[in-house]
Design a protein. Structure first.
Length: 191
C-alpha cells in the first residue's frame, strides 16, 4: 500500500493533544499541503488563520460573544460562560481557522469553492498525520454565526468552513472502521 493510501486509512481525529507548542516550519508544511488542494478554475478560494499562544484569544472571544448572544436575556454567569468558551479555543496549542473566499467571477459556482476549501482541510489533516501530529476538524453552530465571521474579518461572501485543532497526540487513535464500499457503489459500465 502506498504512503498516501496508508495515511488516508490510518488518519484519525485526535481531539486530545498535549499543550506543547508546534514549530512554525511544521505548521507551514501543513498550510502548504492545504494550498495544494484541487480547485476548479484554479481559484485557490481558501484563507488560513493560524492561532497560537495568546492569538487563540480571537477565537475565545468570538466563542464568548456567540454564546452570550445565544443565551439572550437569560440569567447566566458571564465569568463561567467565558471560562467555558475559552476552554474551547485553548484545547490545542494550534488552531487553524479555514475560510472559503469565493471568486467573484460569474461562472464560478460557490459550491465548488466550498468543496475546494474542504479539500484543503483534508490535505491539512493528512499532512498533520504524516508529521506525527494529532488533529481534529471541528465545525458546529458557533462556527457559522455572523459574530464568528466578523471576528476573522470575513466579508459578505466569505465564510468559515473549519477549525483544525492541532497538537502532539495525548491519546491513542481510535480504531477505524467503515462499511464496505461495495454497499455504497453503483457501477455504470454500459455492459
Amino acid at each position: 500500500m502506498s504512503d498516501v493510501l496508508r495515511a488516508i486509512r490510518e488518519r484519525r481525529s485526535i481531539g486530545k493533544v498535549k499543550d506543547e507548542p508546534i514549530d512554525r516550519p511544521i505548521l507551514e508544511q501543513i498550510l502548504e499541503a492545504g494550498n495544494w488542494a484541487p480547485n476548479h478554475h484554479h481559484t485557490e478560494p481558501w484563507r488560513f488563520f493560524v492561532m497560537t499562544g495568546a492569538g487563540r484569544g480571537v477565537l475565545a472571544d468570538a466563542y464568548f460573544q456567540v454564546a452570550c448572544q445565544q443565551a439572550g436575556d437569560g440569567m447566566f454567569d458571564p465569568d463561567e460562560l467565558r471560562r467555558k468558551q475559552e476552554a474551547k479555543a485553548f484545547r490545542a496549542p494550534v488552531v487553524i481557522a479555514v475560510a472559503v473566499s469565493p471568486s467573484a467571477v460569474p461562472n464560478i459556482d460557490k459550491r465548488e469553492e466550498i468543496a475546494a476549501a474542504h479539500a484543503a482541510v483534508q490535505n491539512m489533516l493528512l499532512a498533520a498525520h504524516e508529521l506525527g501530529l494529532g488533529a481534529v476538524w471541528r465545525t458546529g453552530e458557533p462556527l457559522y454565526h455572523p459574530l464568528m465571521k466578523e471576528a476573522f474579518g470575513l466579508n459578505g461572501s466569505e465564510e468559515l468552513v473549519a477549525l483544525i485543532y492541532i497538537g502532539k497526540p495525548d491519546m491513542e487513535p481510535p480504531e477505524g472502521k467503515r462499511n464496505p464500499v461495495k454497499d455504497k457503489t453503483t457501477w455504470l459500465t454500459g455492459e
